[in-house]
Design a binder for this molecule. Structure first.
Ligand SMILES: NC(=O)C1=CN([C@@H]2O[C@H](COP(=O)(O)OP(=O)(O)OC[C@H]3O[C@@H](n4cnc5c(N)ncnc54)[C@H](OP(=O)(O)O)[C@@H]3O)[C@@H](O)[C@H]2O)C=CC1
Ligand SMILES: O=C(O)[C@@H]1CCC=N1
Length: 267
C-alpha cells in the first residue's frame, strides 16, 4: 500500500483535499500520516487509523509520496531529503525548480486546487516534472478527482495564472457578492436578507452557468437581446468597464504567484 505523508495536511486546503479522498477510499486511513506544528488537528476522527505527528522527518521516512501543504513562508523551516519519493505540492509561489533544489526530489507534481475542494467542487490544474511516472500521475489524479475536476497542464506559467483564476477565484467571487450586498444595503435592504439573497443567487446562477450549453458570453448576449432590465444593468456595467478591474486583479494575483518562480516548460 502506498504510504502517503502530508506536511500541513491538517490545514484549510489539506483537509479539504484529504477528507473527500478518505471518504472515497482513494486513500486508506492506515496509509495516511498528517503533520502539523501542533501535532493534532480535528477532522480525521472518522478514520482513527490516520496517524498525526509533529515530526516531518519521521513522516517522510515512512512515506512513498509526500505532499506539501504549508504556507510558503513556513517552507524554509522544513529541510528534508525527499530523493526517491514522489513529491506533490499544492503550494502557490514555489516552483518545480525550487522544490527540486530544496528536497533533492526529481519526481514532482505541482497542483493548484481551491478551497471548494471541501465541497468536492475544486478545479485543480496540475503538472508533472519529466521524471514522474505514469503511476505517479495516476495517484495524483485519483487524489485530486476526489475533490473536484482535474486538468493536466503543460507549463508553470499556466499554473501561476490558474493560481489567480481558480486558486484565488473563490475570493474574487466573494468580492463580487460583497459589492452586490453593499449596494442592496445602501438601497435600504436589510443586510441579513441581502446576504441570504446573494448567497442563493450565487448558488443558483453558478449552477445554471455550470450546466448551460451556452458559453458565459452567449448568456450575456441572450440577456442583452432580451432588452429588458438585465440589459440595462449589463450595459451600465460595460460602460463602467467592468472587465478591466477583473483583469487587473487576475494579473496582480498571477504576478504574485509567478514572483520568484522560474518557468519550466514540460511540453
Ligand atoms: N487556502 C487556499 O485557498 C489555497 C491554498 N493553497 C496553498 O496551500 C498551502 C496551504 O494553505 P492553507 O491550507 O490555506 O494554509 P493553513 O495555514 O490553513 O494550513 C497550513 C498548515 O501547515 C501547518 N504547518 C505549518 N508549518 C508546519 C511545519 N513546519 N510542519 C508541519 N506542518 C506545518 C500548519 O499547522 P499548525 O496549524 O499546527 O500551525 C497548518 O495546519 C499554501 O502553500 C497555499 O499557497 C493553494 C490553493 C488554495
Ligand atoms: O492566497 C493564496 O496565496 C492562496 C493560493 C491560492 C489561493 N490561496
Amino acid at each position: 500500500m502506498t504510504q502517503f505523508g502530508v506536511i500541513g495536511g491538517g490545514g484549510w486546503l489539506g483537509k479539504a483535499l484529504l477528507l473527500p479522498a478518505l471518504a472515497d477510499g482513494v486513500i486508506a486511513g492506515e496509509a495516511l500520516t498528517v503533520s502539523s506544528r501542533s501535532g493534532t488537528v480535528p477532522g480525521f476522527e472518522p478514520w482513527p487509523a490516520v496517524r498525526q505527528t509533529k515530526d516531518n522527518a519521521a513522516l517522510a521516512a515512512d512515506a512513498d509520496v509526500v505532499m506539501l501543504s504549508v504556507r510558503p513562508q513556513d517552507l524554509d523551516a522544513i529541510a528534508l531529503d525527499l530523493s526517491g519519493k514522489l513529491v506533490i505540492s499544492v503550494m502557490a509561489m514555489v516552483s518545480l525548480a525550487d522544490l527540486a533544489a530544496r528536497f533533492e526530489a526529481r519526481r514532482i507534481i505541482r497542483a493548484m486546487p481551491n478551497t471548494a475542494a471541501e465541497k468536492r467542487l475544486s478545479f485543480t490544474p496540475w503538472l508533472a516534472s519529466p521524471d514522474t511516472t505514469e503511476a505517479d500521475c495516476a495517484f495524483a489524479e485519483r487524489l485530486f478527482e476526489a475533490s473536484g475536476k482535474v486538468q493536466r497542464i503543460a507549463t508553470e506559467t499556466e499554473l501561476d495564472y490558474f493560481t489567480a483564476l481558480t486558486g484565488s477565484g473563490p475570493a474574487f467571487l466573494a468580492v463580487f457578492a460583497d459589492a452586490m450586498i453593499s449596494d442592496a444595503v445602501t438601497k435600504g435592504i436589510e443586510r441579513g436578507i441581502a446576504e441570504r439573497a446573494v448567497r442563493q443567487l450565487f448558488l443558483g446562477g453558478s449552477t445554471l452557468l455550470a450546466g448551460s450549453k451556452q458559453t458565459p458570453d452567449e448568456i450575456v448576449q441572450t440577456f442583452l437581446d432580451y432588452a429588458g432590465t438585465t440589459a440595462a444593468g449589463l450595459e451600465a456595467m460595460a460602460a463602467a468597464d467592468i472587465h478591466t478591474p477583473i483583469a487587473r486583479g487576475l494579473t496582480a494575483a498571477a504576478a504574485k504567484a509567478a514572483a520568484g518562480t522560474r518557468d519550466c516548460d514540460l511540453g
